[in-house]
Design a protein. Sequence first.
Lengths: 275, 312
Amino acid sequence: MEKKMEFIRQHRLFTFYTVLVLLIVLVALFAPYLTPQDPMEGNMKNVLQTPSSEHLLGTDKLGRDTLSRIIAGTQVSLFMTICLVVLLAVVGLLVGIASGYFGGKVEMVLMRFADMMLAFPGVVLAIAIAGILGGSVVNTILALLVVGWAKYARLVRSLVIKLRHNDFILAAQVNGTRTRDILWRHVLPNILPMVVITGAMDIGTMMMEIAGLSFLGFGAQPPTPEWGLMLNEGRQYIQTAPWLMIYPGLAIFIVVAIFNLWGDSLRDVLDPRQE
Amino acid sequence: MKRFGNRLLQMLVTLIGVSFLTFCLTYIAPGDPAMMVLEAGDTIVSEEMIEKTRHEMGLDKPFLVQYVNWVGGAIHGDMGISYSAKKPVTEKLAEGFAGTLLLAGVTIAFVLLISLPLGIWSAVRQNEWPDYLVRFCSFIGVSMPNFWLGLILLYVFGLKLGLFPIASSTVTAKGVVLPALTLAIYQSTKYVRQVRTVVLDELHQDYVVGARARGLSEQAILWKHVLPNAVLPLITLLGMSIGWLLGGVAVIEIVFSWPGIGNTAVRAIMMRDYPLIEGFVLWIAIVYMFINFLVDLSYAYLDPKLRKGEAG
């Protein structure tokens, strides 16, 4: 307890942002209990209502409550983003460790692939992949995974190469420790913090890219309450019902901003060498 | 020279890889292209007609043969016929590219106009209110989805104030302002930080201390010594932006209905116009890598250290 208080005192900002992040996570987890109305249930009598005490952020073209859809959207957006970032990190770790630790032909082939992905504007390919495969939650994540893994693989590989020549790894090898144990007990724990930092700092960006794909119609499909999709639907009513495009965007902005701040402060805590 | 030879080889590998990946995708994607061509042509679709069209389009050949044929055509500037527009893909791409080029040019101009003064101001008044203000705005910009920013600008300046058209289906001088501004604000958030860092780095160099000691005015130091040195690191960033602008701004082009290549691509994807999608991806890959290559060359030329290295 004493130690925890000390940590909080030393990292006030990080603690504050972590609380905010936890609040978002709680909203996402308990979204079904927090929505004032059913986010999926339309009411043709209440189509395109201006914000009022009954519908704080107005209603959409099917008479669904915007606030409820934004709250429900937290779950969708956060779930997609977390899945994507975790998958990016896992693929990056697998590819990066395979090429960095074992080297040789495996490394050459994998890194050529990575360079190929890095030498090309990812967004274009992501749009093409998600569009051709057909818009859905899974395909969106897949598309962004295909274009995003290379950055993580490169990072992990460079960390592993630096680590590989350390004495404690050599000692473990000489001892006859199984490769699996070396990777699991010595390599992974040492590179994990950097990967976590990179992942945490990417959450905001990835959330925006997911929303962007949905906005184009290549992501989540109606009637899913996803923020990018809501902006896409709201765009058609920009003249008559501007709240439909203002509030979902505001939700993305606030959540992305909080995750960006949190990612930056996490880096400062885990990696004090910077700055 | 060897370095550039390697670069060219790497570029070639990337082109083949990316085009192959796109080709694979369109091959495994649901839907039969022959069917789509026939449906677009308003003909009565019979089994026989589909077989015939498949044969005409070369769809009955094995996958690899199809790919090699396509690459062979692309080398000669023939990327096939767009299903939806019934026009050569190259023609469709060229149409869209004109709009994208104008948009990219105006955006870069805006980016420089916004980020250079703000970045320099922020660096010169480090840790004073201008610095905090600029950094705060830059943070806001980074976290704001650019298509949302676009919608808001559209709402305020297009609908409420009526200063700009809300949709421009043709390329117009007035229509380019809002999409370019949206993209520029988004890009500037990165540039402002970069300009600030670079200028700060330079301001802490010994030669600046020397110049101050010799009694040069702060203005003269900034304009004659610091800024020329700060240009170099910005060129890489600019090159990346140009590549990004020429390829990845589909979202903004859609928001403003701007007739650019991103808009063409999104419509092509929605209509499953595979030749157009393949052509688009290949074209963007070529442009992107060509610009990166130019950036490398200009870097080598502008950096005296590298230039001397090559001469000696």
